[in-house]
Design a protein around this ligand. Structure first.
Ligand SMILES: [Cu+2]
Length: 263
């Protein structure tokens, strides 16, 4: 029994290598079929990010499948128990190494140049508008501050919320100020294809234009401590009038608490 398995075992390893690309590609196909893939994009710029993502996925996917297929072929063909004459080790080929260094280097350089516009639009050119809201990450919650009626942050009429719900208007540019109160976090809005590391002491900005209303996930995408898993919130994208009504409602609530505290 053991002897028979050992005779068969070298092919077992070749087949195991073959299973890696099959399961790898299968995972992506099934994820798409069962809707556990990227959530719906509700942003104006998300299409560019998705196109870039799929371009890189297909490129690396093709390289992955070819590499694994070659690995399987060699493991199968040069099986030490079956290959006659036996396998000989080589000390390498200089020209082959030059080729397989230059091809990936050129490919990576191409991706770096190809994505520059998308990166600049998402990270380097904030709209010249006042901040719509401030987001502060802390262990383990997202806190939000709205400028209030004067349109200025850090004044007496600011609205501060710690219940994890962020209300923003859709169909117009939104500019967020992102801070951390303690450690590294990452403010991630999957439906808007936006993710920004939150670094203590650094002022980060995030901007977007949403094209749909609805409620979507806010996630922390940086392991920030024991409670990282519960650091989630909800983003509510509302039409302008409903958004203004919501701000007024939150302001009235806050004023009611202040009056109660003063008495
Ligand atoms: Cu976290």
């Amino acid at each position: 029994m053991i002897k028979r398995f050992l005779q068969w075992a070298p092919s077992f390893w070749a087949l195991l290598f073959l299973a890696v690309p099959i399961m790898g590609v299968g995972t992506f196909v099934l994820a798409d079929r069962y809707n556990i893939w990227l959530p719906r994009d509700v942003s104006e710029h998300g299409r560019v990010i998705d196109e870039l993502f799929f371009f890189i996925l297909y490129l690396t996917g093709a390289v992955f499948v070819v590499t694994e297929a070659v690995l399987f072929y060699f493991a199968w063909k040069y099986d030490a128990r079956r290959a006659r004459p036996g396998v000989e080790y080589t000390h390498g080929s200089h020209s082959l190494e030059v080729v397989w260094t230059i091809i990936p280097a050129v490919t990576l350089l191409f991706i770096a140049i190809y994505q520059m516009d998308a990166w600049a639009a998402a990270k380097m050119r904030p709209p010249e508008i006042p901040f719509t809201a401030e987001v502060t990450g802390r262990q383990f919650n997202w806190d939000f501050r709205y400028p209030g009626k004067d349109g200025q942050l850090y004044t007496a009429d600011d609205i501060v919320r710690t219940d994890g719900n962020l209300y923003l208007p859709y169909g117009e540019e939104v500019l967020l100020k992102i801070n951390s109160a303690d450690v590294l976090h990452s403010f991630f809005l999957p439906n808007l294809r936006l993710k920004q590391d939150v670094v203590p002491g650094m002022e980060q900005k995030m901007w977007f234009k949403a094209k749909e209303s609805g409620s979507f996930d806010i996630v922390c995408a940086e392991l920030c401590g024991w409670g990282h898993y519960k650091m989630k919130g909800r983003l509510h994208l509302l039409p302008r009038t409903a958004y203004e009504a919501k701000l007024a409602e939150m302001e009235a609530e806050q004023n009611a608490v202040r009056v109660a505290e003063a008495n």
